[in-house]
Write a protein that binds this ligand. Structure first.
Ligand code: PLP
Length: 224
């Protein structure tokens, strides 16, 4: 695709987001985070040139490499992957705009210690394993609100903004919808939360119809 074709292609993705958000609520606003984990820095630059600003990675090393390579562009970087304790310092060195995948109280305590010693804060979302899948990270829905409030109380350097979830891994739309409804239900119970991050290339319209206001689009944004 040349630049003009790519622009039309992305316009169409945005149109799909637009139709879905109006089905939820006319005033509902949805932000797209382009997940660049399968893409090169050159490809990120092409997408930036047609207007995309927010990008995300799921490995700390890739986030570092690409954010360094694209240092001169005014991009916003998100981290959406599993964070191992021994990588916390590397992530904080990058100081991402938003950490989507805070998935346990234990990790929150470790993060808090490191943030405090650096005298910095970090925007984060609590990841919910709303489909209760063994292969997925995140806290169980039953305890999510309690853990969220506990982190808020005990980890003052973590600025909790809401929740993140990955839709159920199935082709059954009803099951996927249920996992989004559960996440949105938790989000609505939280005091002051403003980000509900759910929906990927295969299920973003459904996620938006369930109330998502931040979608993480990888393959579809890079036409892979
Ligand atoms: C890879 C990834 C995405 C994007 O996936 P696509 O299906 O390519 O849109 C979104 N969220 C997380 C956490 C990911 O790891």
């Amino acid at each position: 695709m040349n630049k003009e074709e790519y622009k039309l292609y992305i316009d169409n993705v945005i149109r799909r987001v637009e139709f879905a958000r109006v089905r939820f609520d006319e005033k509902h606003i949805v932000k797209i985070v382009a997940i660049s984990k399968y893409s090169t820095s050159d490809e990120i630059k092409e997408l930036y040139e047609i207007g995309q600003r927010a990008f995300g990675e799921n490995k700390v090393q890739d986030l570092k490499t690409k954010s360094d390579e694209l240092d001169e562009l005014p991009l916003e970087w998100h981290f959406v992957g599993n964070l191992q304790k021994n990588k916390i310092n590397n992530l904080l060195d990058i100081n991402p705009t938003l950490f989507h995948s805070l998935d346990s109280l234990e990790l929150a305590y470790e993060l808090q210690k490191k943030l405090l010693s650096r005298d910095m804060t970090l925007n984060a979302l609590l990841q919910i394993n709303s489909a209760k899948e063994e292969s997925k990270h995140g806290v169980m829905p039953e305890v999510a609100v309690q853990i969220y409030n506990q982190i808020k109380k005990e980890c003052p350097n973590i600025t909790l903004r809401g929740v993140m979830s990955i839709g159920a891994h199935t082709d059954d739309k009803k099951v996927i919808k249920k996992s989004f409804d559960i996440t949105y239900g938790i989000y609505k119970e939280l005091d002051g939360a403003d980000i509900c991050s759910m929906g990927m290339s295969g299920d973003f319209e459904l996620a938006i119809e369930c109330g998502s206001n931040m979608i993480r689009l990888g393959s579809i944004m890079f036409n892979k």
